[in-house]
Design a protein around this ligand. Structure first.
Ligand code: 5RP
Length: 301
């Protein structure tokens, strides 16, 4: 009915306008944070590109020795030069990461799930403040389950981590988990990412979706995109390019790197997109050239 039309303004994400409160500090939504928080965020996001390549190898905290990560001690040294941020558990850090690696750390702070028991949505905040400071974590990664049975307890974990993070100047990475029954839609990711930002997360890890530019525009902190299950390298590089070109400030890739037969060439190609401005096709050509240089040797060579 005409008189009921236009009762409220339509959605407008102003996609043509950059985030306004972004001076002088370059990380989205961090302008009012203190020096320590900004230092950790600067360790994570490259000041030139504003982006980051997080290598995720925290899968063991609920999957055990997932394929490609059977030997962290052998996989990490080869990839290390090409990683900006280590996304991992404290156990992996202490046992397999050289403290001289000079890389940022996204410390997996929640646990309680396992592949044995199918429910991944009831975790605890396992890392306390002293441990985060001891490990010099650049951010705490907290799994959240919006719209799932574990929603309340996971948001409680997030808020405890945000309180701790503000007290000790350690940013929080809110992880948007998508349960089996959830749909990876723009509507869901707009809700989940905005909620976590409003609840105090400083960075959010989510998944790519159609209309991602609106998801990114509506979220006042930077988004990094998880790689998800292993794809053919060309498709994974397209996922990376689509994410960056639609507003993500980086990727948090695990399986699409460590389960590649050419993990080093793959992470180098990801960097070419995230930091070097290449598109997915250019990056795939680069990947193939790097593989040819490897001489087609085995995994991760
Ligand atoms: C697994 C995680 C990973 O950090 C995240 O999913 C990125 O890894 P992948 O690219 O393999 O999905 O949260 O617990």
């Amino acid at each position: 009915m005409a008189d009921l039309d236009n009762l409220k303004v339509p959605h407008d994400y102003h996609l043509d306008k950059p985030f306004a409160n972004n001076r002088p500090f370059y990380v989205k939504g961090a302008n009012a944070l203190d020096w320590g928080m900004k230092k950790h965020l600067a360790n994570i996001f490259n000041p030139k590109s504003g982006n980051t390549v997080m290598f995720a190898f925290d899968h063991g905290y609920f999957m055990g020795a997932v394929s490609g990560l059977e030997r962290l001690d052998l996989v990490l040294p080869k990839l290390m030069p090409h990683i900006d941020v280590l996304m991992c558990t404290r156990g992996a850090l202490r046992t397999c990461v050289d403290p001289a690696c000079r890389k940022a750390v996204a410390l997996r702070a929640t646990s309680g799930s396992s592949m044995v028991q199918d429910d991944l949505s009831h975790e605890i905040l396992a890392v306390d403040a002293e441990e985060a400071v001891r490990l010099n974590a650049d951010c705490l990664a907290v799994q959240t389950f919006i719209g799932a049975d574990g929603q309340l307890s996971s948001l409680q974990n997030l808020e405890q981590a945000v309180n701790l993070g503000q007290r000790y100047s350690i940013p929080v990475l809110g992880v948007v988990a998508v349960g089996k029954e959830m749909e990876r839609t723009q509507k869901y990711f707009k809700l989940a990412t905005r909620m976590l930002a409003e609840l105090g997360a400083n960075i959010i890890k989510t998944y790519y979706c159609e209309g991602f530019d609106e998801v990114a525009a509506a979220c006042p902190v930077p988004l990094v995109v998880a790689g998800g299950r292993k794809l053919p390298e060309q498709e994974a590089l397209k996922l990376c390019y689509d994410s960056i070109s639609h507003g993500a400030r980086g990727v948090d890739m695990g399986r699409n790197i460590f389960q590649s037969y050419h993990a080093v060439s793959m992470i180098k190609a990801v960097r070419k997109i995230v930091h070097g401005g290449l598109n997915d096709q250019e990056a795939y050509e680069y990947y193939k050239a790097e593989v040819a240089k490897e001489g087609g040797e085995g995994a991760g060579s």
